[in-house]
Design a protein around this ligand. Structure first.
Ligand code: A5P
Length: 235
């Protein structure tokens, strides 16, 4: 029997996931995030479901839907449930002061945002390496764009100075679950993320950006010595 070796980072992801899953209550509609940290949450949820917890999940990607089905977490969709009680999802970066998230480097983006927007609460779960002072500077900002004329959308982003690069998968354009493309952009270090999100979304052909502004109600951070919960301080 082989056993996966849990790295320190994985242990932190798993600890954050377990803490967030403790917030799930009987009868909830739960948004199921995408990525390695969210997978730990689905696994923890599956254990609770096997023990009798009654919930239904709305997956944020086809990969997540497959994982949930394999583990026995019942799924639903927006046709049956318009409102999600609690979404638990990972993030690529978390601004520790504002709880603004950068997401989408794993390729699930638009669906994650739709589920987050439909959620009463969203808990982001991360290991401590994801915490930053300013978001969008540790890596590119994913921007989901339509396929038709993507070159022209990309040209306009380039003219605005964002140095877009079409994301590739084995030499071909990477397609999201919705069949769209992603361009990874470089953003200026001084950019106001809320304004940038709005400016990018105003371009015809841009569908969504990886800036999740005002969506996380809390962030659970797995740290070497346990978990920390970040919530916005009242202004
Ligand atoms: C998926 O595209 C992303 O938004 C993920 O939430 C993000 O990439 C975090 O993934 P990990 O938990 O694997 O780091």
């Amino acid at each position: 029997m082989t056993e996966a070796i849990s790295t320190g980072q994985d242990a932190q992801k798993q600890a954050a996931a377990l803490r967030a899953v403790a917030e799930v209550e009987d009868g909830m509609v739960v948004g199921l995030g995408s990525g390695s940290t969210a997978t730990f949450a689905i696994e923890a949820l599956a254990v609770r479901v096997a023990a009798g917890l009654r919930i239904v999940g709305i997956p944020t990607s086809e990969t997540t839907a497959r994982t949930a089905r394999r583990l026995g977490v019942p799924l639903t969709d927006f046709a049956a449930h318009r409102q999600v009680d609690l979404t638990i999802d990972g993030a690529d970066e978390v601004e520790s002061e504002t709880l603004t998230l950068i997401k989408g480097r794993g390729g699930a983006l638009l669906r994650e945002k739709i589920v987050a927007l439909a959620s009463t609460r969203m808990i982001a779960i991360v290991d401590e390496s994801k915490l930053v002072r300013r978001g969008g500077l540790q890596g590119p900002l994913p921007v989901e764009i339509v396929r038709f004329g993507w070159q022209t959308v990309s040209d306009r982003l380039a003219a605005m100075g964002y140095r877009p690069r079409l994301r590739l998968d084995r030499g071909k354009p990477f397609a999201t679950d919705g069949g769209n493309y992603i361009v990874d952009c470089a953003i200026p270090p001084t950019a106001d993320l809320a304004e940038l999100d709005s400016a990018l979304r105003s371009l015809v052909g841009v569908i969504a950006t990886g800036i999740f502004f005002g969506l996380a109600s809390a962030v659970v951070v797995g740290r070497a010595r346990g978990v920390e919960i970040l919530e916005l301080r009242p202004r």
